[in-house]
Design a protein around this ligand. Structure first.
Ligand code: CTP
Ligand code: MG
Length: 183
């Protein structure tokens, strides 16, 4: 049987799982961290290991945000209208521990992305299309797989859809003149 990926069922299932990671990644810029995750150290190439955009406060906040959003999902679960689906959905049992793993994994994947960017000579904040949008997704899914069976179709849909949503939001922001550039 062919893998069904671009369906509303897979979409609902994977958004349910990734929500704590989206929240962690989206809210962490509000944390004005000062303690660098790389302790200001450089790699053998003389460039920063991770750079000033990755902080310990950010990592801790990401874990906490993930756990809090997951707790809200866990509490909301019984009240959500799952019955309107015409086939049973594969909804991951959301718990604060799973949310913590998603938040931690998002921050770890994001830091791995920064490590790669620094090795490519890209300074902090310079865009790396696809890597910037998918690094935290990959990290969150890997980390969550310690606790739940992460389905291949969830991973594919999230890795494809996240950059699409990101760039669409950027273009809308540009058209609404909220942003100066369309990226
Ligand atoms: N942030 C943080 N600690 C983390 C991750 C993110 O403090 N562990 C905050 C930083 O203020 C960062 C912002 O979230 O600037 C946005 O994150 P991101 O876009 O990943 O970082 P950039 O500043 O773009 O740096 P990089 O080029 O390394 O991705
Ligand atoms: Mg960035």
């Amino acid at each position: 049987m062919a893998l069904e990926i671009f369906t509303i069922y897979v979409l609902v299932e994977c958004i349910w799982l990734i929500l704590p990671a989206y929240a962690a990644n989206g809210l962490v810029p509000l944390v004005k961290g000062r303690r660098r995750l790389d302790f200001g150290r450089n790699f053998t190439d003389g460039r920063p290991l991770l750079g000033p955009g990755k902080t310990i406060e950010g990592l801790l906040a990401g874990c906490a945000i993930g756990a809090i959003i997951a707790l809200i999902q866990q509490l909301a679960f019984p009240y959500l209208p799952w019955g309107i689906s015409d086939r049973p959905l594969n909804i991951a049992p959301m718990t604060p521990l799973l949310g913590f793993l998603l938040g931690f994994g998002a921050m770890a994947g994001d830091a791995a992305g920064s490590f790669l960017k620094r090795r490519l000579g890209l300074e902090r904040g310079k865009p790396a299309p696809l890597l910037d949008q998918d690094d935290f997704i990959a990290g969150a899914l890997l980390s969550a797989s310690l606790l739940v069976a992460v389905r291949l179709e969830w991973a594919i849909l999230l890795l494809v859809l996240t950059p699409v949503i990101h760039f669409a939001a950027c273009i809308i922001g540009y058209l609404l003149k909220v942003k100066k550039e369309p990226w």
